[in-house]
Write a protein that binds this ligand. Structure first.
Ligand code: HEC
Length: 132
């Protein structure tokens, strides 16, 4: 049975290779994850957790025409409207001039007004941080 050792060697090489490619994939997944800045402020920390749960789905990648958090130019005219307008549009929902729809509470009825406002505060702070 001279075959067995070489078979074992081949097998362990295959196992080794597949283990390697697994770890490479994991590393790539970590590297390509976008990082959304975490602020020390407690209110913004709270807003971030709301934002990650609901708002990120569209505002991280521009889904459905949503202004992206790393696109300050898309945000500046919106931020200039003032926080009260942004809160109202986020809570009640809003159709932009190009008919893109911001659904009321980002489509998550479970969110309170305060949670939506905190998420707006976080998103505005994040846009300003990203444009520095
Ligand atoms: C299903 C996708 C989607 C989700 C989820 C979503 N948004 Fe939006 N949002 C949009 C789109 C699209 C627009 C742009 C509408 C336009 O002006 O054309 C927008 C615009 C906005 C604006 C700018 C409004 C203005 O007056 O210009 C704010 C503020 C906002 N979203 C806050 C939020 C918050 C806070 C959440 C989470 C609670 C959230 N969004 C979740 C799609 C989404």
């Amino acid at each position: 049975m001279r075959l067995l050792p070489s078979l074992m060697a081949t097998l362990s090489l295959v196992l080794l290779l597949s283990a390697c490619s697994d770890s490479v994939e994991t590393e790539q997944a970590i590297v390509t994850q976008p990082v959304f800045h975490e602020f020390q402020d407690a209110h913004l920390k709270f807003g971030r957790s709301v934002w990650l749960g609901t708002c990120r789905n569209c505002h991280a990648f521009g889904f459905g025409g949503a202004p992206e958090v790393d696109d300050p130019e898309a945000w500046m005219p919106r931020i200039e409207q003032g926080k009260q307008v942004l809160y109202e549009h986020a809570i009640k929902g809003f159709f932009g001039p190009d008919d893109a729809m911001m659904p009321a509470r980002g489509g998550n009825d479970q969110l309170s007004d305060d949670e939506v406002r905190a998420a707006v505060d976080y998103m505005v702070a994040l846009v300003q941080f990203n444009s520095q």
